[in-house]
Design a protein around this ligand. Structure first.
Ligand SMILES: Cc1ncc(COP(=O)(O)O)c(C=O)c1O
Length: 498
């Protein structure tokens, strides 16, 4: 082997990419094989199953047991690639146009390419010194995104912007922590000495990361006060006002109101402007969890659905969902990004200083962080706003077709009026007792998965019942995907509902 300056008798030739290029041909060959495997898998994704069947799952468990063992000696790269190849087809196949059960979809080509490049460079978003390119790019792209949400319009004295984090849960936690630190001046001294219990308000159907945030912040999960929702799963403003005044009367100290733009089960959007009014009138932080629905901002035809989001103090937005960026890719945006400096920043003396650019690890919970900005930036450049707008228009048109198909069948029921590209519905035939509907819908889910044109719908619990959820996200899903689904659904009804 080339120039590794150590006793390398146990090391494979391609263990690292030699920085002087001595093993260039071996590494290139391996990467070519890998790319060939990737292309082969992904260009046949619509012929692969959506999820492993019971036999496949059992085989997968055995395989995992066998291969979990850490070997004493190196295993050849060719062998490893073959082993991986033999099991990849058991992966969740989100690229399949019939995979419409979750907020997961096919990733942009640019985000796959960026992940590969970023892995090779192995930079670290902890500091400017450790990621000179990406630490400059991230704040500038975050500024642009914040401006897209209208966060920069209200007051030109403050600078809108944000940070990237590993997922929406971390974004929500950080937003609420900033809000709490600001309300109680708690960055240095915390909240243990407070005589009043800090609380915030959030929809009863909001993502569970809200309760997690309350728990991690030392407030207890109950500090996330659940607001009643209407039949469309949107926060009831009257209930917000009542609970706010009850909290104050009982000696609690409200510090934030949280709205959701795109709830996890029904894709619903809370009344953002009205909630902003209440937050403003009561001098409370207004956070919008737009992890999912935030992408609508890229569609001139649909961005009105987010009216009022420009009044948020902070916004969670996950490009890993409706912008098709590989996981993880999430952002936390602020109307005034300077709050991070004053109410969150813990400086790290072991990192170099740059007066113009922040060490981002001082401004986020994570220290070491993957440079997710490259895949987001490359995808935005490659697809453009107009490309994203086309996809969103297609998704919303399919949702309308889907919703119409549900409405035209008396034995189906909608959980709520679809506002985005999620349809939550269930089989609720009058001939069968309501207690049996949960089981019937589980059977229907399996039936559709095993059908000639398979479709995967997820089976969330919503208002204590099982429902079927469709997320019309995949750009390759089309009207025939939906037509086939409903033909198969009708066949199931013929067989199981007399
Ligand atoms: C509305 C909403 N907020 C937050 C999250 C949490 O995001 P993550 O899973 O990236 O932590 C989700 C995840 O689905 C979500 O739907």
């Amino acid at each position: 082997m080339g120039a590794l300056p150590l006793d390398n008798s146990h090391l494979p030739l391609s263990a690292f990419i030699d920085p002087a290029g001595h093993n260039r041909f071996e590494v290139e060959a391996l990467l070519h094989q890998t790319v060939a495997l990737l292309v082969e898998e992904m260009t046949r994704a619509s012929a692969r199953s959506l999820l492993p069947d019971p036999m496949g799952a059992q085989q997968l468990s055995q395989w995992a047991q066998q291969w979990a063992k850490i070997p004493e000696q190196s295993v050849a790269a060719d062998v490893l690639l073959d082993v991986v190849r033999s099991q990849l087809h058991h992966s969740m196949n989100a690229a399949h146009p019939g995979y419409i059960g979750h907020m997961d979809s096919i990733p942009t080509t640019m985000s796959i390419i960026a992940d590969l490049l970023v892995a090779a460079l192995n930079n670290n978003m902890l500091s400017v010194e450790m990621s000179p390119v990406f630490s400059r790019l991230e704040p500038l792209v975050m500024q642009q995104l914040a401006a897209h949400f209208g966060l920069d319009l209200a007051d030109r004295d403050v600078m809108a912007g944000g940070v990237m984090v590993s997922g929406g849960s971390l974004a929500n936690l950080q937003a609420l922590t900033v809000a709490r630190n600001m309300a109680f001046d708690a960055l240095a001294t915390g909240i243990v000495k407070l005589s009043q219990q800090p609380v915030f308000f959030v929809s009863e159907v909001a993502h569970t990361s809200m309760q997690k945030a309350a728990m991690v912040m030392g407030l207890g999960a109950q500090a996330a006060i659940a607001l009643r929702t209407n039949t469309n799963a949107q926060v009831d403003i009257h209930d917000l006002k009542v609970k706010l005044s009850q909290a104050e009367q009982s000696g609690q100290k409200p510090f934030a109101i949280v709205a959701t733009a795109g709830t996890t089960v029904t894709g619903s959007i809370d009344p953002l402007a009205e909630m902003a009014d209440v937050a403003q009138a009561n001098n409370l932080w207004f956070h919008v969890d737009a992890a999912y629905g935030g992408a609508l901002i890229f569609s001139p035809a649909h961005r009105h659905l987010l009216a009022g989001i420009d009044r948020a103090d902070s916004v969670t937005f996950n490009p890993q969902k409706w912008l098709y960026i590989t996981k993880t890719c999430a952002t936390l945006l602020f109307k005034n990004v300077d709050v991070l400096q004053r109410h969150f920043r813990i400086s790290a003396p072991y990192m170099g200083d740059d007066s113009q650019w922040s060490n981002l690890g001082e401004l986020t919970l994570q220290g070491t962080r993957h440079p997710d900005i490259l895949k987001l930036w490359l995808s935005l450049q490659h697809l453009g706003q107009a490309g994203y707008a086309d996809i969103i228009t297609h998704n919303i048109a399919l949702t309308a077709q889907f919703t119409e198909a549900v409405r035209s069948r008396p034995y189906l029921q909608l959980a709520s009026e679809p506002q985005t590209n999620l349809v939550c519905f269930r089989l609720a035939p009058k001939q069968i007792a309501a207690e049996a509907w949960d089981h019937l819908n589980e059977q229907l889910q399996q039936y559709l998965l095993a059908a000639k044109s398979p479709v995967f719908l997820s089976l969330p619990t919503y208002r204590h019942q099982r429902w079927l959820k469709a997320v019309l996200l995949n750009p390759y899903s089309c009207t025939t995907t939906i037509e086939h689904l409903f033909e198969q659904l009708d066949a199931f009804v013929q067989e199981h509902v007399s």
